[in-house]
Ligand binder design. Sequence first.
Ligand code: ADP
Ligand code: MG
Length: 323
Amino acid sequence: MAEFSLIDLIRTRAATQARDDVVLGIGDDAALLQPPPGMQLAVAMDTLNAGVHFPAGTAAADIGWKALAVNLSDLAAMGAEPAWCTLSLSLPDGDPDWMIGFLDGFLALARAHRVALVGGDTTRGPLSVSVTVHGFVAPGRALRRDGARAGDTVWVSGALGGAAGALEQWRRGMAPGQGPGRETRIDPALRQRLDRPLPRVALGRALTGTATACIDISDGVLADLGHVCAASGIGARLDVDALPGREALRPHFDGDLLRTLQATGGDDYELCFHRACGPGRRRARGRGRGGRGGHPRGRDRRGAGRARFRCRRRALAAGAHRP
Ligand code: ADP
Ligand code: MG
């Protein structure tokens, strides 16, 4: 299919998610968008490359879902409300069936978060998908990496290691002599974590005003917690055996591999956030809209498995970066 008919297909399908603040969407040289008065724009971009960020052979709908999900996860980590996105597609051929599948996954997640696709670019080349998302956050309310303090407690929003477990099973299935069918050797529950991450947008928004720092876990909790520590000038002690999500991995992995998957496996897209404890926490809770509604367990039943971390000045362990 030619580039123009692909764009027509995208435009027709994208029209199902209309927003009043899109003055002009797909079809002109640029989109015209009306941000709400007084709000800051939060902008994030992420790219998925075939064979690097998803196994070759991943269903088009799963690629579409994930391309948007990883971006919404970045907005979630800032506590922003998603609104608009743009999509740059590099496609090896203009296969309309692939495009329809891709849009099924992409737009299902866009609808779930009321995100409008307002433009993009379509080129020919190796399969690669870049998405930019735009969201709103009130001035001073964004969740940043540099706000954590010694003494804070560290939380994660859900199970870790599932996506990495699926990749590990996929990699093993590729061993010589095992032939086709490697996809079937992946536990479907783990595969779901890899292919259909659920960005914690509602939790991120609820945490504005209560969390002191936040990051989404895309590179593994060790690395990502390390980024927060480095930005905040603190250290953290991580109890890997207390991380949530072990049950899903235990049928397939144990010992050091299980711990490694949980601590260093990327692609889970849960949130890792800090909260002040003691008097500071009470102050934070009493302050403003995030208040009680921001308590993670109250918001998200899968949420906030409490991992027993504790921030201590200069008490670095388990891979947190030395500031
Ligand atoms: P131009 O040459 O002016 O950049 P294009 O032919 O690339 O225009 O695109 C035409 C319109 O289609 C633009 O509004 C552009 O934003 C939109 N568009 C192109 N590719 C995509 C895509 N993959 N997803 C969403 N919108 C797209
Ligand atoms: Mg163009």
